[in-house]
Design a protein around this ligand. Sequence first.
Ligand SMILES: C[S@@+](CC[C@H](N)C(=O)[O-])C[C@H]1O[C@@H](n2cnc3c(N)ncnc32)[C@H](O)[C@@H]1O
Length: 219
Amino acid sequence: MDRILEPELMEDEAQVAAYAGADFAEENQGFVDRFREYFPDFSEGHLFDLGCGPGDIPIRLARALPACRVTGIDASAPMIRLAERAVAEAGLSGRVTFRCERFQDIAGANQADAVLSNSLLHHVPNPLQFWNRLRQLVKPGSPVLVMDLLRPESPEAAQAIVDRYAADAPDVLRRDFYNSLLAAFTEDEITSQLARMNLTRLLIDVIDDRHWVVGGIIH
Ligand SMILES: C[S@@+](CC[C@H](N)C(=O)[O-])C[C@H]1O[C@@H](n2cnc3c(N)ncnc32)[C@H](O)[C@@H]1O
């Protein structure tokens, strides 16, 4: 099955509210725990979270790494509004800040001591732009961790995943999940993107039936 793009930004109020209200605790905490597992010596510095959505991962990162600052970047104004509110409620506004900006437009290079991104890449029309920007943003010798969905082999297989993991979710969330699976990349496509960008030190791991993770140090 070929990739079917979905809109790049999540700006629709109902869509944003459904996404922010969903329970991604296990997935998001698993992502943060994986970062600590892959990079056990990383304890200080400035982390970027690209496509941070409603801010749950930046909050979890700030709690797990108390000597770190986190900047969440998302070009959706409604997402950033919710993220700012969540961080204020968590009492973490001193260490977690947000920028409403496309990652493609972030100025400058070598700014981050680590870059993370969960569930952004499938929104991006040209994935090479993402890997290129990631490499520019992170300081040489710094860790990166990227996670996203795997594209299933057929629309029927995508529907089966939605039915298995989001049976009781609101319709808007089920529709977004289905569209995201169709817009996602396969393991082979990610491997070839990394090769084209000369990022072969980053390793891909397929961690379950619907997610891949790429991690490593950028030199
Ligand atoms: C599926 S959500 C993931 C949110 C969060 N990372 C999480 O794991 O819960 C993807 C987010 O990426 C944002 N996004 C998509 N394209 C973007 C871009 N080019 N620059 C910045 N943010 C973008 C969307 O607006 C959306 O909030």
